[in-house]
Design a binder for this molecule. Sequence first.
Ligand code: NAP
Length: 295
Amino acid sequence: MAEGVVIDGRAVAQGVRERVRAEVAEIEAEHGVTPGLATVLVGEDPASATYVRMKRKASAEVGIASHDHEPPASVSREELAALVAELNEDESVHGILVQLPLPAHLDDAELTALIDPAKDVDGLHPVNAGLLAHGRFDEALVPCTPRGVIELLRFSGAELRGARAVVLGRSMLVGKPLAQLLLAEDATVTQAHSKTRDLAGVLAEADVLVAAAGVPRLVGAEMVKDGATVIDVGTNRTDDGLVGDVDFDAVRPKVRAITPVPGGVGPMTIAMLLQNTVEAARRQLAARRAAATTS
Ligand code: NAP
């Protein structure tokens, strides 16, 4: 069998960014408003600072207005809550992203739940998680990485309907929303995690395997079915550089298609953040217009 196709996440992400750039122009023409994304970076964690910088740069490149906030690591819960409340009220801000993890004295989930669900472009608010579980995709904001994974699967031509899909990982950020999205695509979904018995046997049943465990090269060739499509969400910093959860060199010869790390899921996460921001802007502007015509 030929080696698996390498799915080029950078190229797919570029296509999404171009689509978003056109949508930004459309929104400006129709409403005279530039979609705005507020990013809140608390403290100076270097990895968080890098992610936020990439998100601001990507926003600017597609014409989204970036509203940058950088409270110090010592910010109190009340001060941060007040900033979120101010951004919730600000009509020029359509998306709010509070970069996680927050410093230890702040509660990630509690602060995330203060964001207006309509502006929650990370899709982490319980209201958005609930809308996703209810299949109300037109109202939900869906977390960026799982959305990006679905786009990559579609691009790769993987058959999802009736397929056996295994998601390795059950976090609120990746594993759980991804399982919901795969179910909505009519896949038969298994969610594996650290307590799963016979992990290798479970993974080896997958026609579509998505690895999001955060363990370098956990998934070896013996755990992957011949001809499977494999999406590697893992981004693990090791002495060998950035590596995924899948042993790429060992697995690639067996599979139909596979994403590399880096250059697979990572670029899609940022592209989908931009997509979520324009969708949030469209919905808010439509709601304001509807409210204005009825009052
Ligand atoms: P997380 O919250 O740590 O969740 C990891 C999940 O994997 C948990 O459900 C855990 O099981 C499971 N797991 C861990 N070790 C395992 C093992 N040895 N065997 C089976 N299951 C195991 O991580 P996350 O936020 O979902 O992120 C997962 C990975 O994706 C990380 O490498 C992260 O850096 C990466 N990531 C990448 C992007 C991107 O844009 N490329 C975005 C987000 C995350 P339990 O629930 O039982 O503990």
